[in-house]
Ligand binder design. Structure first.
Ligand SMILES: C[S@@+](CC[C@H](N)C(=O)[O-])C[C@H]1O[C@@H](n2cnc3c(N)ncnc32)[C@H](O)[C@@H]1O
Length: 185
């Protein structure tokens, strides 16, 4: 499915929201205003905001048995995907030592964004460039890496190309985030 078809599917499902995605220069660009519904299934600090997974999996659906939730936090167990987080005993910086290589077709990633975030999890700041190299090793060519962050992470243009950039804000006084979506070359 090409990117415009993905946008069309998204608009069909979320037709109650104003249109917020468009195609420009062969990339999806957009902005999601998530609103002030703060209910999440978990109390974990930094859990995905209400509605995020529904929106992102509409645009880039989960691929059964070929999906990884990276920095998975409170994501529930399922046979449909794998998870990497300290609470699964796997460090993202060395995950390719354990996970299958050249395998994943979809990765949803939600790292801590700052040192302040890390204090909540008792971890050190993520070395984004190292984790990107790890993702490259475990992903299949053409695989999709969906990276939610407050920065555009450092990546190598010979490894990945950007196919979508979507800003995301909840409501007043909440931080702006950006979902950058990469395809493995
Ligand atoms: C923003 S939270 C993810 C929350 C998740 N999206 C959710 O909805 O529950 C970031 C997670 O990254 C994990 N983490 C931080 N550094 C890590 C590392 N080097 N390797 C694996 N997990 C790490 C933390 O334990 C924390 O659960």
């Amino acid at each position: 499915m090409d990117l415009q078809e993905k946008i069309n599917d998204y608009n069909k499902k979320f037709n109650k929201f104003p249109q917020s995605l468009f195609l420009s220069n062969n990339q999806i660009l957009g902005l999601w205003v998530m609103g002030n519904n703060y209910t999440t299934k978990t109390n974990l600090y930094g859990a995905y905001p209400h509605g995020y997974l529904d929106r992102i999996t509409t645009l880039f659906p989960l691929i059964k048995n070929k999906t990884l939730h990276l920095f998975s936090g409170s994501i529930e167990e399922s046979d449909d995907y794998d998870k990497v987080d300290y609470n699964t005993g796997i460090d993202a910086h060395t995950m390719s030592d354990i996970l299958p290589l050249d395998f994943y077709e979809m990765i949803y990633a939600d790292p801590p964004y700052s040192v302040e975030d890390c204090d909540h999890y008792g971890c050190c700041m993520v070395k984004r460039n190292v984790v990107f190299n790890e993702c490259y090793k475990i992903m299949k060519k053409g695989g999709i890496l969906i990276w939610l962050d407050q920065v555009l992470p450092q990546y190598k243009k010979i490894q990945f190309k950007i196919i979508a950039r979507i800003g995301m804000v909840k409501s007043t006084n909440h931080r702006y985030r950006v979902i950058t979506i990469f395809e493995k070359i």
